[in-house]
Design a protein. Sequence first.
Length: 94
Amino acid sequence: MRLAVRTDELRAAAQQLADAADRVGRLTAALDAQRSAVAAWATGRARTRADAFLATLLDGVRSGAEELDDLALRTTVAAQDYEDAESSALPRPR
C-alpha cells in the first residue's frame, strides 16, 4: 500500500475534475434549448410537467458542475498545501 502523496498526481486529478466540470456545464445549453422548446411538443399539464422535469435536470446539472469545479479548486489548493508543507519539512543547506 502506498502512503505517499504526489503533488503532480493531485494536480492531475484537479485538472480532470475541472475538465469534468466543463463537460457537465456544457450540458446546460442543450437542456435550456429543450426547455424552451417544450411548448412546441407538449400542451397543458404535460407541458407543465415536462418543463418542471427539464428544470429539475437543469438545476442538477448546474449544481453538479459547480460542485465538480469546487472540488477541483480544493484539490489544487491541497496539492499546493502539501507541496508547501513538504518543502518546509526538508532540511535546507546552510
